[in-house]
Design a protein around this ligand. Sequence first.
Ligand code: GTP
Length: 598
Amino acid sequence: VDQKHIRNFCIIAHIDHGKSTLADRLIEFTGVLTKREMEDQVLDTMDLERERGITIKAQSVRMDYTADDGEHYVLNLIDTPGHVDFTYEVSRALAACEGALLVVDASQGIEAQTLANVYMALEHDLEIIPVINKIDLPSAEPEKVKREIEEVIGLDTSIAIMASAKTGIGMKEILEAVVNFVPPPQGDERAPLRALIYDSFYDSYKGVVTYFRVFDGTVRKGDRIRFMATGKEFIVDDLYVFRPGLTPVDELRAGEVGALAAAIREVKNVRVGDTITRADNPAREPLPGYRKATPMVFTGLYPVESNDYGRLRDALEKLQLNDASLSFEPETSEALGFGFRCGFLGLLHMDVIQERLEREFDLNLITTAPNVVYRINLTGGGQVMIENPADWPDQTMIESVEEPVVKASIITPSEYVGPLMELCQDRRGTFINMEYLNEKRVNLHYKLPLSEIMYDFFDQLKTRSRGYASFDYEVTGYEQADMVKMDILLNGDPVDALSCIVHRDKAQKLGRSLVTRLRKLIPRQLFEVPIQAAIGNKILARENIAPLRKDVLAKCYGGDVTRKRKLLEKQKEGKKRMKAVGSVEIPQEAFMAVLSTD
Ligand code: GTP
């Protein structure tokens, strides 16, 4: 195909505005798959994604389309991951396109991630085609949403399309708009190969399958290629296009989108954002934009059964093959034994990985409360990055502490502004400004510490706005904050896995509520157990867990052995998710107790 007849585009949308459904309808319309062949939502492949209804890994599809002008076109739809944690992957997928369909739900209007995605698309100079979706809904207000897009984003909506991905209205108009308004690629076919990697996945037979967009030159089966960031070289075993399954082809030329397999055994050799070139005739400069994805949120993961340690390590290694942004290293806790310190891009990423470990690998895990990475300036000069509260330096060594901060955008009906501002204030937020999107909706901008939005912020946001507010954030840098390490002592001994980093002004209140909650969560023992929260030697709060009045076994005085065993067994059941810390049994919930700050 020559480049004049190629269109590369993506769909951007706020969660649930209908991105996947629209992709399905377009695939069906162009006849890539018949309705009967098509599983619901082919683009979202992972089980977890389907269950949560969100897109995590990008998938792509190539569609053939004969337009009204009688010409035959190849339309490559590049799916972008839909969540803020994966911003960098979204940005790479956008960089592989010339245009974007901006899907906005006609009954909801512009939401926080609509704006975040639009700004990113504009940064990449994409041609944006507004699609007002779900016009079949009785509550749809397409004209109002159209005005909103024009006024708030400043897009020309004269080419906007009214659509329903559910009923199929507007599909042909969308494809015609893609052909007519998205510019064709303009790569140099004779230049040395330059292809942008925008995604990858691990296949146990083929190794790493790399998704890319060719900008210049041509790649063929059998070529020796080089990844410019890592310098690693491989021979191309197979080339594919997406139909939507991987379909073999012999070559891919400037402007085309596809995938390759080259017996690559490690995902870390293939980095999203890197440029592929040919080893015998390399490009001088890579394409712009390779950046390493840095984990922002860390947590300790421990097997409940200590002999599952090896299985946990194997599972993490397997997941890492699919997901280069997951990091982990062994750590030991006095309380929990051998485990791993794991780093994630954000909270959703963390949730997804934990769930996969438990579900796909059948592991029973104890997770410690997540924390962000702190930058500590030491009194003697020098800086350290702290990922683990256990590594927090002695207070006397600390000159100052810096924490990651985000710029947050909250879009909400104006009647909830009061409670939401209160929430942000309470989470140490700094008000930046407030814009009116129309008479009834506003966009609130706040600067907030990342650590403060980890703890149930999203739930609070939803509760205080009756579900109407949407939220997006981007990490903007580090700022000084008066953070201290709070220890939790059981029976006078600090439990390392319960230590957390808190703001000094909040330590007292948090310490008190934490010990109160722990008192309720930790079952009574045979003896009285004091729980204390402390900063250094200073005790902030204390509660006692009263001793058990009666030993369970006391009932079996008669010495009936079977009955006694049964009772013991019953007790053991209840302990499944408990860890013995010294002489005290601690349930999983206790390690996460710090997460809810009621
Ligand atoms: P993410 O993958 O999380 O970004 O969500 P999405 O934007 O892909 O949304 P999805 O396609 O999963 O659609 C969300 C919900 O809206 C689903 O229940 C769809 O059935 C529904 N939906 C999508 N398009 C339409 C439409 O045109 N009309 C109506 N009534 N419902 C729609």
